[in-house]
Write a protein that binds this ligand. Structure first.
Ligand SMILES: *Cc1c(COP(=O)(O)O)cnc(C)c1O
Length: 391
């Protein structure tokens, strides 16, 4: 747990992205936070140390990252982990056998796998509901419900959850609202300000932004909850190394600049796709035809670079996936380079086929992560890839 520097809350987002949580190195004045590549810290005398004892519990590079992202999310405490899933697994250790969690139906495939294949067997209970409708969350709540977990926009269907309404429902039932903010990033959406209790990320994606590490991070406000999560972080130990922490810290310095370009490319590519395929086949919250466009505008300040398109069949999807040259066929998202994938067979392979069918995530659905390349090159690439699309 690392508490933010209070004065870091005063400046604008871009200034905080670059400076928050970091101070010149006291030894040398180095402007960049050093990579404290150490497992332990020498004590002056028995019990006399500088606040650092062993690197599972605390590392100064990791702390700088935790303060930085906490400040961007508008929260007080940050916790960095070795992956997004490691982060969620540690968050879930706040609960115990018998506790019930209401979870969005279309969450990241790995989130569902963690719950369904592991945590369920340890006695946690889950209900999966379509959280686009807050009433469905309310209907799924039981006296044992301790958390409501949502992702918005969702991966890959781009469904939105009204965070203010979800927070209301969760809090009325004395449950925590936990939000996966990986897709929107704090630049476009700050769940804590809308009532969420814990916000978390796969830092692997936009926060790092350069596709060169795997990490996770959680941010929250409540001091007691922070103490409990810090205990779990140290006791369970799913922590990131100092070099990976440093890579994310380098990444967040340009988060605001990257997100503006992801968003600009996302809007242009979504518009092109809508014209080519028809509006109803393109899932992007920034399109006026998105059924939740009004909600998107009220809780997000931009829409980013994630778009899904329904091509109808696997053969048509394969045609596009195999013809792209600027977009690369790969899992993951949120890097500077554009990626394209087929969620049903890749990221969401572990979700049962009947569930995928019911949600409309078939083998003809492709997902684009628009990077920060020149817009014209992305459009030309799609023009070429969609050419001769089989009927
Ligand atoms: C990738 C991803 C995760 C998992 O994070 P890892 O860093 O891969 O462990 C969780 N949620 C979303 C939305 C993701 O895209």
């Amino acid at each position: 747990m690392t508490r933010i520097f209070e004065d870091d809350l005063r400046s604008g987002f871009g200034t905080r992205a670059i400076h928050a949580g970091q101070r010149p190195d006291p030894v040398s004045g180095a402007i960049m936070t050093p990579i404290y590549q150490t497992s332990t810290y020498v004590q002056d005398a028995l019990g006399q140390h500088k606040g650092y004892e062993y690197a599972r519990g605390k590392n100064p590079t990791r702390e700088a990252l935790e303060r930085n992202v906490a400040s961007l999310e508008g929260g007080r405490h940050g916790f960095a982990f070795g992956s997004g899933m490691g982060c969620l697994d540690s968050i879930m250790k706040l609960f115990r056998a018998g506790d019930h969690v209401v979870c969005g139906e279309n969450v990241y495939g790995g989130t569902f796998r963690l719950f369904d294949k592991l945590l369920q067997h340890l006695g946690l209970r889950f209900s999966y509901v379509d959280t686009r409708d807050p009433q469905r969350i309310a209907d799924a709540m039981t006296p044992e419900t301790r958390a409501v977990l949502v992702e918005t926009p969702t991966n890959p269907l781009m469904w939105l959850t009204d965070l203010r309404a979800a927070a209301d429902v969760a809090h009325r039932g004395n449950a925590l609202l936990i939000v996966d903010n990986t897709f929107a990033t704090p630049y476009f959406q700050r769940p804590l300000e809308l009532g969420a209790d814990i916000v978390w990320h796969s830092a692997t994606k936009y926060l790092n932004g350069h596709s060169d590490m795997v990490g996770g991070i959680a941010v929250l406000n409540d001091d007691d909850l922070a103490t409990r999560l810090q205990f779990i972080l140290n006791a369970a130990g799913a922590v990131p190394g100092p070099f990976d922490s440093w890579l994310v810290l380098r990444g967040t310095k340009t988060l605001h600049l990257r997100m503006r370009q992801h968003d600009a490319n996302g809007r242009r590519v979504a518009a092109w796709l809508a014209q080519r395929m028809g509006e109803d086949r393109v899932y992007y919250p920034g399109l006026e035809s998105h059924p939740q466009y009004a909600l998107a505008k009220s809780q997000m300040s931009g829409f980013g670079g994630m778009i899904s398109v329904e091509l109808g069949t696997k053969a048509r999807a394969a045609h596009v996936l195999e013809r792209v040259r600027v977009f690369s066929l790969a899992e993951s998202l949120g890097g500077v380079e554009s990626l394209i994938s087929l969620p049903a067979l890749m990221t969401h392979a572990s979700v049962p086929a009947d569930k995928k069918d019911a949600m409309g995530m078939g083998e003809g659905l492709i997902r684009l992560s628009c990077g920060v390349e020149d817009t014209e090159d992305l459009l030309a690439d799609l023009e070429h890839a969609f050419d001769g699309l089989p009927g």
